[in-house]
Design a protein around this ligand. Structure first.
Ligand code: 5CU
Ligand code: ZN
Length: 397
């Protein structure tokens, strides 16, 4: 890809890492998320999702069974590999985030100190990189910039979570937080989260909302549970539906009215939100209890439409892998100025071939943006990088 032709940097806002310190925690665990070694695999395996449990059990009993989860390549843990990946894909700036399931599984007493440790590690990776010229084997020296989305200790008491937000405001390269959909344990429509959302809004830290839990594996049927369909259904359908449900619940609970300065960036172009926003809006309108059409409940009187919320408080990433998906996301978001390129690195690596070359998953997303908006056009450039620089203030302060 050559989107920097016109001078706009390419920015990857959806790109994960697991620092080695986090992997050490997973390696000591015997329930998911965990890291396991298997005699038949050169690399340890990273087992994250509930849908991967049947395969884990089969592999523990039968050494010839297919391996569960995904290989823990050094792309997950190594800053050098992240920078090399950026170089190979012409990405000038990355906004790193810890990958799922973040700190959701830690005890209330562990979560605060580990959040502080992880956020400090991310800050150090950004600071070191931004002060250095990167030298890659057989490549000209280059300059790559990093920022990050922090992680909150959601299982800790509220005061610890609020302290973690304060800590993030002292880290110069933090530009928001990555958040799963479980919140404090009962979802993002939980009123107990409002002080946390308010603190994030006051600190100008947007939420990058990202799925992990998907849908109950049983909805995908026995063939899927027996491994016949690989990871396809949980990742292709479970993840996007989870995000869609989370944002719809926030909307129905009035979170966007309660915290009007709150800003969200939705992973995977909002899941299915661009397609379902109209249906959600229609169902609200037709639901007496919610006072659709300005009825006599608080929600009905003050309700902004789903479309208004989408266009005022929500941004979408462009990790959608198709031209039609990009078009829908731009339409739903109200313009190309609310969509931001991402890769989901190091997930979705090349199935066969060169991990250090071009990744097909990245090419699909770049091509989708360029085909939908016109290669080299201003709108494509905004999505590939300009919007992220503006929205996330991606300049050194
Ligand atoms: O492949 C996967 O499981 C994942 C995942 O867990 N998280 C993510 O962001 N993308 C893909
Ligand atoms: Zn991701």
């Amino acid at each position: 890809m050559a989107p920097t032709e016109q001078g706009t940097p390419v920015v990857d806002i959806h790109t994960h890492m697991y620092p080695p310190e986090y992997i050490s925690i997973l390696s000591l665990r015997d329930t998911i998320p965990l890291v396991r070694t298997f005699p038949s695999s050169p690399e340890p395996r990273l087992i994250l999702l509930e849908a991967e449990l049947p395969a884990l059990e089969r592999a523990l009993q039968d050494p010839s069974a297919p391996l569960p989860g995904r290989p823990l390549t050094n792309h997950f843990t190594s800053l050098a590999h992240k920078l090399a990946f950026m170089f190979h894909h012409n990405i000038s700036i990355s906004v790193l985030s810890l990958a799922n399931p973040w700190l959701d599984f830690l005890s209330p007493t562990e979560a605060g100190p580990i959040a502080s440790q992880i956020n400090t590690l991310f800050e150090a990776m950004c600071a070191t990189t931004n002060n250095t010229t990167t030298h890659l084997a057989q490549q000209p020296p280059t300059s790559r910039k990093l920022f990050f989305f922090g992680t909150l200790p959601l299982t800790a008491p509220p005061s610890t979570i609020l302290s973690a937000i304060t800590h993030l405001t002292t880290l110069p390269h933090c530009r928001g937080i990555i958040l799963g959909t479980s919140g404090l344990g009962s979802g993002l429509d939980d009123a107990s989260l409002l002080p946390i959302f308010s603190a994030l809004a006051s600190a100008h830290l947007p939420i990058f909302l990202h799925p992990h839990y998907g849908l109950p594996p049983s909805v995908f049927g026995p063939h899927s549970e027996q491994g016949a369909y690989g990871h396809v259904l949980p990742l292709a359908l479970g993840f996007p539906m989870e995000t869609t449900i989370a944002i719809a619940r926030m909307y129905l609970a009035g979170v966007f009215n309660a915290v009007p300065e709150l800003r969200l960036i939705l992973a995977h172009a909002g899941g299915t939100l661009p397609f379902l926003a109209g249906r959600i809006e229609s169902c609200v309108l037709h639901d007496l209890k919610l006072g659709g059409g300005g009825g006599d409940t608080e929600m009905g009187r003050r309700r902004r439409t789903v479309w208004e919320v989408l266009r005022e408080q929500v941004y979408l990433d462009a990790v959608v892998y198709s031209e039609v998906g990009v078009r829908a996301a731009v339409e739903a978001a109200g313009g190309a100025d609310r969509l931001m390129f991402g890769t989901d690195h190091p997930f979705f690596p090349p199935v066969e071939g060169d991990m250090e070359g071009e990744w097909e998953s990245v090419r699909l997303n770049v091509t989708a943006i360029e085909t939908a908006l016109g290669k080299g056009n201003q709108e494509a450039q905004m999505v590939l990088g300009g919007n992220a620089v503006r929205v996330l203030r991606l300049v050194e302060e």
